[in-house]
Design a protein around this ligand. Structure first.
Ligand code: PLP
Length: 291
Protein backbone atom coordinates (compact mmCIF):
# COMPACT_ATOMS: atom_id res chain seq x y z
CA UNK A 1 0.00 0.00 0.00
CA UNK A 2 1.23 3.53 -0.78
CA UNK A 3 2.00 5.93 2.03
CA UNK A 4 0.01 9.16 1.87
CA UNK A 5 1.19 12.57 3.03
CA UNK A 6 -1.12 15.38 4.03
CA UNK A 7 -0.10 18.52 2.11
CA UNK A 8 -2.22 21.63 2.45
CA UNK A 9 -5.59 19.92 2.65
CA UNK A 10 -4.86 17.00 0.31
CA UNK A 11 -3.75 13.46 0.99
CA UNK A 12 -1.19 12.69 -1.70
CA UNK A 13 0.74 9.53 -2.52
CA UNK A 14 4.23 10.08 -1.13
CA UNK A 15 5.95 9.99 -4.53
CA UNK A 16 3.61 12.78 -5.72
CA UNK A 17 3.67 14.83 -2.52
CA UNK A 18 5.75 17.99 -2.54
CA UNK A 19 5.91 21.66 -1.75
CA UNK A 20 7.13 24.45 -4.06
CA UNK A 21 10.91 24.91 -4.14
CA UNK A 22 10.42 28.55 -3.13
CA UNK A 23 8.80 27.54 0.12
CA UNK A 24 10.68 29.26 2.95
CA UNK A 25 10.86 25.98 4.85
CA UNK A 26 13.05 24.66 2.04
CA UNK A 27 14.93 27.91 1.33
CA UNK A 28 15.64 28.99 4.91
CA UNK A 29 14.43 26.32 7.32
CA UNK A 30 11.69 28.86 8.12
CA UNK A 31 9.20 26.51 9.73
CA UNK A 32 8.39 24.46 12.78
CA UNK A 33 7.78 20.80 13.40
CA UNK A 34 6.51 18.42 16.01
CA UNK A 35 7.45 14.76 16.24
CA UNK A 36 4.86 12.64 18.00
CA UNK A 37 4.14 9.02 18.61
CA UNK A 38 0.94 7.04 18.66
CA UNK A 39 0.57 3.96 20.80
CA UNK A 40 -1.99 1.53 19.32
CA UNK A 41 -3.50 4.44 17.40
CA UNK A 42 -3.66 6.83 20.35
CA UNK A 43 -1.47 9.93 19.91
CA UNK A 44 0.25 10.49 23.26
CA UNK A 45 0.31 14.10 24.58
CA UNK A 46 -1.21 15.49 21.37
CA UNK A 47 -2.64 18.58 23.10
CA UNK A 48 0.73 19.45 24.66
CA UNK A 49 2.49 19.11 21.30
CA UNK A 50 -0.09 21.36 19.65
CA UNK A 51 0.19 23.83 22.53
CA UNK A 52 3.98 24.05 22.06
CA UNK A 53 3.59 24.34 18.28
CA UNK A 54 0.98 27.10 18.44
CA UNK A 55 2.94 28.99 21.09
CA UNK A 56 5.97 29.00 18.74
CA UNK A 57 3.83 29.95 15.73
CA UNK A 58 2.57 32.95 17.65
CA UNK A 59 5.95 34.07 19.02
CA UNK A 60 7.62 33.66 15.62
CA UNK A 61 4.79 35.53 13.84
CA UNK A 62 3.47 32.91 11.44
CA UNK A 63 0.15 33.81 9.78
CA UNK A 64 -2.31 31.06 10.55
CA UNK A 65 -5.16 29.98 8.29
CA UNK A 66 -5.95 26.96 10.51
CA UNK A 67 -6.39 26.07 14.16
CA UNK A 68 -5.54 23.12 16.42
CA UNK A 69 -8.83 21.35 15.66
CA UNK A 70 -8.05 21.47 11.94
CA UNK A 71 -4.67 19.84 12.57
CA UNK A 72 -6.27 17.16 14.77
CA UNK A 73 -8.75 16.32 12.01
CA UNK A 74 -6.02 16.29 9.36
CA UNK A 75 -3.93 14.02 11.56
CA UNK A 76 -6.81 11.60 12.07
CA UNK A 77 -7.46 11.45 8.32
CA UNK A 78 -3.77 10.83 7.58
CA UNK A 79 -3.51 8.07 10.19
CA UNK A 80 -6.64 6.36 8.85
CA UNK A 81 -5.58 6.69 5.23
CA UNK A 82 -2.25 5.04 6.02
CA UNK A 83 -3.91 2.21 7.91
CA UNK A 84 -2.21 3.20 11.16
CA UNK A 85 -5.32 3.30 13.34
CA UNK A 86 -4.68 0.91 16.23
CA UNK A 87 -0.95 0.78 15.51
CA UNK A 88 2.23 2.38 16.85
CA UNK A 89 3.09 5.22 14.49
CA UNK A 90 5.67 7.92 13.93
CA UNK A 91 4.03 11.28 13.26
CA UNK A 92 5.58 14.48 12.02
CA UNK A 93 3.61 17.74 11.74
CA UNK A 94 5.39 20.46 9.77
CA UNK A 95 4.37 24.06 9.28
CA UNK A 96 6.39 26.33 7.01
CA UNK A 97 5.94 30.07 6.57
CA UNK A 98 4.95 29.63 2.92
CA UNK A 99 6.27 30.67 -0.46
CA UNK A 100 9.02 33.27 -0.39
CA UNK A 101 8.06 36.59 -1.91
CA UNK A 102 11.46 38.27 -1.69
CA UNK A 103 11.04 39.87 1.71
CA UNK A 104 13.10 38.18 4.39
CA UNK A 105 11.17 39.60 7.32
CA UNK A 106 8.01 37.87 8.54
CA UNK A 107 5.61 39.59 6.14
CA UNK A 108 1.89 39.37 6.73
CA UNK A 109 1.54 38.15 3.13
CA UNK A 110 2.85 34.67 3.82
CA UNK A 111 0.42 31.74 3.82
CA UNK A 112 1.77 28.79 5.83
CA UNK A 113 1.92 25.22 4.52
CA UNK A 114 0.83 22.29 6.66
CA UNK A 115 2.37 18.90 6.01
CA UNK A 116 1.72 15.73 8.01
CA UNK A 117 3.82 12.61 7.63
CA UNK A 118 2.85 9.35 9.34
CA UNK A 119 4.63 6.05 9.19
CA UNK A 120 4.81 2.77 10.99
CA UNK A 121 7.09 3.26 13.99
CA UNK A 122 10.62 1.90 13.85
CA UNK A 123 11.21 1.17 17.51
CA UNK A 124 14.62 1.42 19.09
CA UNK A 125 16.49 -1.79 19.92
CA UNK A 126 15.26 -3.35 23.18
CA UNK A 127 18.85 -3.43 24.49
CA UNK A 128 18.90 0.41 24.55
CA UNK A 129 16.31 0.15 27.35
CA UNK A 130 17.85 -2.81 29.15
CA UNK A 131 21.57 -2.02 28.77
CA UNK A 132 21.54 1.75 28.22
CA UNK A 133 23.03 3.91 25.49
CA UNK A 134 26.25 5.86 25.03
CA UNK A 135 26.10 9.61 24.71
CA UNK A 136 28.88 11.81 23.37
CA UNK A 137 29.42 15.52 23.83
CA UNK A 138 29.27 17.52 20.64
CA UNK A 139 32.21 19.70 19.58
CA UNK A 140 29.64 22.50 19.18
CA UNK A 141 29.47 24.71 22.26
CA UNK A 142 26.19 26.57 22.81
CA UNK A 143 25.69 29.58 25.00
CA UNK A 144 23.90 28.74 28.19
CA UNK A 145 21.19 31.38 27.98
CA UNK A 146 20.02 34.21 25.74
CA UNK A 147 18.98 32.43 22.54
CA UNK A 148 15.23 31.93 22.70
CA UNK A 149 15.26 30.18 19.31
CA UNK A 150 16.38 27.00 21.08
CA UNK A 151 12.99 26.88 22.81
CA UNK A 152 11.25 26.35 19.44
CA UNK A 153 11.28 23.19 17.34
CA UNK A 154 12.65 24.87 14.23
CA UNK A 155 12.93 23.09 10.89
CA UNK A 156 16.47 24.42 10.82
CA UNK A 157 17.94 21.37 12.56
CA UNK A 158 21.47 21.37 11.17
CA UNK A 159 23.22 21.85 14.50
CA UNK A 160 21.33 18.81 15.81
CA UNK A 161 22.06 16.51 12.87
CA UNK A 162 25.70 17.61 12.83
CA UNK A 163 25.95 16.62 16.50
CA UNK A 164 24.15 13.31 15.79
CA UNK A 165 26.70 12.55 13.09
CA UNK A 166 29.58 13.29 15.47
CA UNK A 167 27.95 10.98 18.03
CA UNK A 168 27.51 8.24 15.43
CA UNK A 169 31.20 8.54 14.53
CA UNK A 170 32.02 8.16 18.23
CA UNK A 171 29.81 5.05 18.52
CA UNK A 172 27.24 6.87 20.64
CA UNK A 173 23.48 6.86 20.07
CA UNK A 174 22.95 10.44 21.24
CA UNK A 175 24.92 13.68 21.34
CA UNK A 176 24.78 16.25 24.13
CA UNK A 177 25.32 19.96 23.83
CA UNK A 178 27.53 21.65 26.43
CA UNK A 179 28.37 25.29 27.00
CA UNK A 180 31.98 26.46 26.88
CA UNK A 181 31.89 26.34 30.69
CA UNK A 182 30.86 22.67 30.56
CA UNK A 183 27.26 23.04 31.54
CA UNK A 184 25.07 20.28 30.08
CA UNK A 185 22.12 21.62 28.08
CA UNK A 186 20.28 18.89 26.17
CA UNK A 187 20.64 16.05 23.72
CA UNK A 188 20.57 16.54 19.94
CA UNK A 189 17.00 15.17 19.94
CA UNK A 190 16.26 14.68 23.62
CA UNK A 191 16.33 16.23 27.08
CA UNK A 192 18.84 15.03 29.64
CA UNK A 193 18.35 13.98 33.28
CA UNK A 194 20.58 12.49 35.95
CA UNK A 195 19.99 10.97 39.37
CA UNK A 196 22.20 11.47 42.42
CA UNK A 197 21.12 9.94 45.72
CA UNK A 198 17.35 10.08 45.73
CA UNK A 199 17.01 13.21 43.58
CA UNK A 200 16.41 13.62 39.84
CA UNK A 201 18.04 16.62 38.15
CA UNK A 202 17.50 18.30 34.77
CA UNK A 203 18.47 21.73 33.39
CA UNK A 204 15.86 24.50 33.82
CA UNK A 205 13.94 26.00 30.87
CA UNK A 206 15.85 29.27 31.41
CA UNK A 207 18.78 27.52 29.67
CA UNK A 208 18.94 27.32 25.87
CA UNK A 209 16.95 24.09 25.58
CA UNK A 210 13.70 22.81 24.10
CA UNK A 211 10.81 22.53 26.56
CA UNK A 212 10.45 18.82 25.85
CA UNK A 213 6.99 17.29 26.25
CA UNK A 214 8.48 14.07 27.65
CA UNK A 215 10.65 16.12 30.03
CA UNK A 216 7.44 17.63 31.43
CA UNK A 217 5.79 14.20 31.73
CA UNK A 218 8.83 12.89 33.65
CA UNK A 219 8.76 15.88 36.05
CA UNK A 220 5.02 15.24 36.62
CA UNK A 221 5.68 11.54 37.28
CA UNK A 222 8.38 12.48 39.84
CA UNK A 223 5.98 14.85 41.60
CA UNK A 224 3.12 12.33 41.55
CA UNK A 225 5.39 9.64 43.03
CA UNK A 226 7.13 11.87 45.58
CA UNK A 227 10.46 11.44 43.84
CA UNK A 228 12.49 14.62 44.44
CA UNK A 229 13.09 16.48 41.19
CA UNK A 230 15.16 19.64 40.78
CA UNK A 231 15.59 21.84 37.74
CA UNK A 232 19.06 23.30 38.06
CA UNK A 233 22.14 24.02 36.02
CA UNK A 234 24.01 20.77 35.43
CA UNK A 235 27.77 20.62 35.14
CA UNK A 236 29.47 17.96 33.03
CA UNK A 237 31.19 16.68 36.18
CA UNK A 238 27.72 16.17 37.81
CA UNK A 239 26.54 13.89 35.05
CA UNK A 240 29.71 11.81 34.72
CA UNK A 241 29.61 11.25 38.49
CA UNK A 242 25.88 10.55 38.55
CA UNK A 243 24.32 7.39 39.95
CA UNK A 244 22.00 7.21 36.95
CA UNK A 245 21.31 9.21 33.80
CA UNK A 246 18.69 9.06 31.08
CA UNK A 247 17.40 10.93 28.06
CA UNK A 248 13.79 11.66 27.14
CA UNK A 249 11.95 12.18 23.85
CA UNK A 250 8.49 11.59 22.45
CA UNK A 251 9.59 8.82 20.12
CA UNK A 252 11.89 6.90 22.47
CA UNK A 253 10.33 7.76 25.86
CA UNK A 254 12.86 7.32 28.69
CA UNK A 255 16.17 5.73 27.69
CA UNK A 256 18.86 4.95 30.28
CA UNK A 257 22.42 6.12 29.65
CA UNK A 258 25.36 3.84 30.41
CA UNK A 259 28.30 5.93 29.23
CA UNK A 260 29.07 9.61 28.66
CA UNK A 261 32.07 10.04 26.39
CA UNK A 262 34.67 7.74 28.01
CA UNK A 263 33.02 7.74 31.45
CA UNK A 264 30.91 4.69 32.26
CA UNK A 265 28.27 5.19 34.96
CA UNK A 266 29.01 3.04 37.98
CA UNK A 267 25.58 1.67 38.93
CA UNK A 268 23.18 -0.84 37.48
CA UNK A 269 21.49 0.00 34.15
CA UNK A 270 18.74 1.06 34.30
CA UNK A 271 19.22 2.35 37.84
CA UNK A 272 16.47 2.02 40.44
CA UNK A 273 14.89 5.45 39.96
CA UNK A 274 15.21 5.37 36.16
CA UNK A 275 13.50 1.94 36.11
CA UNK A 276 10.64 3.29 38.26
CA UNK A 277 10.22 6.30 35.96
CA UNK A 278 10.27 4.06 32.87
CA UNK A 279 7.54 1.89 34.39
CA UNK A 280 5.40 4.88 35.39
CA UNK A 281 5.84 6.39 31.93
CA UNK A 282 4.50 3.23 30.29
CA UNK A 283 1.57 3.20 32.75
CA UNK A 284 0.81 6.83 31.93
CA UNK A 285 0.78 6.03 28.21
CA UNK A 286 -1.54 3.07 28.81
CA UNK A 287 -3.80 5.09 31.09
CA UNK A 288 -4.16 7.98 28.65
CA UNK A 289 -4.98 5.42 25.96
CA UNK A 290 -8.10 4.46 27.91
CA UNK A 291 -9.50 8.01 27.97
N1 PLP B 1 15.47 18.59 22.64
C1 PLP B 1 15.60 18.61 21.30
C2 PLP B 1 16.64 19.48 20.68
C3 PLP B 1 14.77 17.82 20.49
O1 PLP B 1 14.88 17.86 19.18
C4 PLP B 1 13.80 16.97 21.12
C5 PLP B 1 12.92 16.11 20.32
O2 PLP B 1 13.13 15.86 19.17
C6 PLP B 1 13.71 16.98 22.51
C7 PLP B 1 14.55 17.81 23.25
C8 PLP B 1 12.68 16.12 23.21
O3 PLP B 1 11.43 16.73 23.09
P1 PLP B 1 10.05 15.92 23.19
O4 PLP B 1 10.05 15.25 24.52
O5 PLP B 1 9.02 16.99 23.10
O6 PLP B 1 10.01 14.95 22.07
Amino acid sequence: MFNHIFVNGKLLIESKAGIPVRDRGFLYGDGLFETLRSYKGFVFMLDSHLERLFHSLKILKYNLPFDKEYIKEALKKTINKNNLAGKDAYIKIIITRGIHSGELHFSRKYEPSLIIITDILNTYPERDYTEGINIASSSIRRSSIGNPLYSHKLLNYFENIFAKDEAHYNRAQEAIFLTKDHLVLEGASSNIFYVKGNTVYTPPLTQNILPGITREVVIDICNENRIKVRQKKIHYRDIINADEAFKTSSIAGIVPVKKIDRFALAGEIPGGITARLMESYISKVELSNLH
